[in-house]
Design a protein around this ligand. Sequence first.
Ligand SMILES: CC(C)(COP(=O)(O)OP(=O)(O)OC[C@H]1O[C@@H](n2cnc3c(N)ncnc32)[C@H](O)[C@@H]1OP(=O)(O)O)[C@@H](O)C(=O)NCCC(=O)NCCS
Length: 168
Amino acid sequence: MEPKPVSDSQVEISQIMMPPNANPAGNVFGGVIMGIIDSCALIVASRHTHMNCVTASVDRLDFLSPVFIGNVVIAKGSVNYVSKSSMEIGISVDAECLITGRKAHVATAYLTYVGLDENDNPSRIPGLILETEEQERRYKEAEERRKNRLKKIRKIEPQGPCMVRIEN
Ligand SMILES: CC(C)(COP(=O)(O)OP(=O)(O)OC[C@H]1O[C@@H](n2cnc3c(N)ncnc32)[C@H](O)[C@@H]1OP(=O)(O)O)[C@@H](O)C(=O)NCCC(=O)NCCS
């Protein structure tokens, strides 16, 4: 399996916030931002692996600036680190005001995605080619986060899927 450059799977998605995305005061729900983060990470993971990828974990997520109806949410994602079957995807989220043109940083998220084979078992995924100093820094930081993350995982006996997959 050939390793792939980080740039091959980098993603930027933009979405305008509409009234159903917000509370009555116009503040966008955190869950809407989380959904955009997860979608962006899924595209990155799928581009890197060309496999069915699932979210194994999302690190602590803090919302640093409010987002309002009418703002554009911009999520940028890339693979930070790759292990055997899992990878850390980093997502940076900004909000843009279309009236003033100003942008604010809303959140940084780190998600672990796992590539699955045709039997839904974790599968070996392509390695990562680091092309810039920033990517090397992110890789080292992600490696450290992974160590800490794995220490904290409470091992619960998995119950397995409760439903069968709905086939087309
Ligand atoms: C994630 C999942 C595939 C892991 O399966 P598993 O049988 O526990 O697999 P393993 O213990 O062999 O771990 C596989 C990889 O996932 C990583 N991993 C497992 N659980 C993790 C967690 N909670 N956080 C971060 N990484 C995790 C392991 O470190 C391992 O990485 P590596 O192969 O790169 O070393 C399985 O728990 C699952 O299917 N969960 C549901 C995922 C899902 O549907 N998410 C969407 C929301 S419902």
